[in-house]
Design a binder for this molecule. Sequence first.
Ligand SMILES: [Ca+2]
Ligand SMILES: [Ca+2]
Length: 99
Amino acid sequence: MECENLKNADFFGKSDPFIKIFGQKPDERWAAVCETETINNELNPHFVDTFLYYPDRYHKLRFEVFDEDPLSEEKIGEVDVKTEEVLKQRRENDGVVEL
Ligand SMILES: [Ca+2]
Ligand SMILES: [Ca+2]
């Protein structure tokens, strides 16, 4: 996974982004799926971490991007994507979505 042109959420240096991924179950409840590693001082991060999901378990995925700070985290943005859309985007658009 990667992000491009993230908002800078730090005064000194650049954002230190990581992504939290959630999946929405058929009963509409959200469950945490995974969290990526943090890439320091980077607005165009490439994450090494990958995750496995099951399209029949979650019909929607939510990607929340955060800036990690020493004692807290700041939300940079989020996007919800239908699972079927993720699969389609991967074929047609390199899987790029807007936050
Ligand atoms: Ca910050
Ligand atoms: Ca930071």
